[in-house]
Write a new protein. Sequence first.
Lengths: 224, 230
Amino acid sequence: MAGFVAVLRKDLRLEVRSGESTIALVALSLLILVVLVFALDPVGGVRDAGTAAGALWVALIFAGMIGSNRALLAERDNGCIRALILSPLDRGALYLAKLVAAFIFMAVAEGAAVVLMVLFFNLNFDARLLRLAPVIALGALGFSALSTLLAAISGRIRAGDLLLPLLAVPMFVPALIAGVKASGAALTGAHFGEIAQWLKILIAFDVIFLTTGYLLFEHVVGED
Amino acid sequence: MDAALIEARGLDKTFGSVPILRGVNLAVPASTAAMVVGRNGAGKSTLVRILAGLSEPTAGEALLFGLPSRTLAADVRRRLSIVTHQSFLYPNLTARENLEFYARLYGVADARSEISRWIERIGLAAAADARVRTFSRGMEQRLTLARALLTGPAVLLMDEPFAALDAEGVAMVASILREAIARGCAVVLTAHQPLAIDGLRFAGYEIARGRMLALTGDSGSEPERAQQAG
């Protein structure tokens, strides 16, 4: 537990000091939403909640890939990842620390993206946004879990930056569909039962991604 | 003979079709040090990485504390430290913050005073709260050594630890190494050429064409081959 706290604390301290990941994530989310809001704006000017949900999740996916990559990239500078591998730190704890760091970076970016989505898509700041919170949180958790594992693999190989989206996006598609549907339902004020059926799918994929990541991280990060 | 804390048994390492190490054997008991010399590309760094468990040999076995180095348990890894060409330091953290991070990872007792003691020892007291990215190569190397020694290792693997150090830095490292060996640490260090360091005796080896050859006598007692470090 002490190792987990040490790595997470160090990652957050580095991020607070540089702001590199958060600024990039928020800027990317802004860019994606701006592009989509104009690209999807039909002639009549109607912007529905379903479209807004889709745009939000596109921003979430791309921001998530940057967040996970950054969390592990810092460890590749000066070979710090090797020091972590040789330290008494359990590699599962290292995975969880990196995952939580990526999740926090994503959560900050998504908070900003939700505000931008409401503004750009002419939605209201009301209680429906609270129902969106668990959907976004589960999506960010699942994507952080998956992309942290995949970033550990892609960071070790040439052109790994290209490999990460090629691996992460297709694997996340089932959860992505559930997330978009749940977000759309939350934003349109649908009955909670309708949201819940998609939340169950998101939770199932979160469990799969977390378990797989925890068990496999040791093997993908330790080889040289 | 005492049991070896660091041991290589018939290590082979091949990159593609190029053999780097061929049948390398080495045994370093507690309170002793081995110096492995060789030209650039001879395989010194590869040997250190294999001994540390960071790289898998093509054949043979690397053991630390009598256990395969690739699968050491956490409480055994706690007693191992390594110095390589990479500093393992975070450029955007200060010297003190870097040491605090590693102290937490290794559960160093009385970390605050230990860190202050090491910062004094390596002569970086004035730069303790400066970010590492502002350090010269020599300052970074000193901090790297403090990072490695702070945790009180029983096994110390050092790949060219004297690189980038001035004469004062070399003397400081020599003094730190003497203390570590005196308290039971087993040390393997690499260098381009045999080094003579006051008060330190090494079992000397040379890697040439992938093979490890024992140098005559201890490298510290071989004045005709030795060169003063730095």
